[in-house]
Design a binder for this molecule. Sequence first.
Ligand code: PEP
Length: 243
Amino acid sequence: MARPRLVAGNWKMHGSRASNLALLDALLKGIGDAATVECVVCPPFPYLPQVGERLRGTRVALGAQNVSEHAQGAHTGEVSAAMLLEMGCRYAIVGHSERRQLYGEGDERVAAKFAAVTAAGMTPILCVGETLEEREAGRTEAVVARQLGAVDFKEGVLAYEPVWAIGTGRNATPEQAQAVHAFLRKRIDSQVQILYGGSVKPQNAAALFAMPDVDGGLIGGASLVAADFIAILQAAGSKKVTT
Ligand code: PEP
């Protein structure tokens, strides 16, 4: 059975009420009704209501960039999965390398976040990926296997995001991406969508999405430019994925 293609935009800590609306207006106008690719945008927490309202009735889903592993309580500054669900989120990113590296989130915490998202009835997007040092030491497979293995992955989306490719302008080659996706594919249900993330741009998207185990993308910088994000969605839509 074909796996539907999925493209998710991670806005990171960017946006304002005005720029969000301009971006969404251009995005919704550009993709129209016809595109078949699943599309998600993940704005910063404070903008979830605004973005959710604008996306209501459209085919673009709302996602969050992070979530607490706790259900409620004395966790200052945290946001629970139930709150995200109430704000209209269908997806939540967990284990992004910026969370792992800058905020000390280890495998155990990522696994708890993943479980919290699933328990709330949303779809987690689990990010895995190696640093440049790990790749050069030949440890890519061991690292992503450890990160995936830490999670009780029954349902969700997996995103392979080599850390050295995120925000650097240096993407993995389609062959490098495919090799890791194929490795991950053996470890999960064949219907799980595996996204590639790391400097995806209109110029390289089609070649990456043409790989048999690349089911779409997790897009950072290019998701903030409507024309680029639309071009990436179109590149994902032009490929028929079969298993
Ligand atoms: C990301 O933040 O998940 C990402 C892939 O960023 P970029 O596309 O900017 O490399």
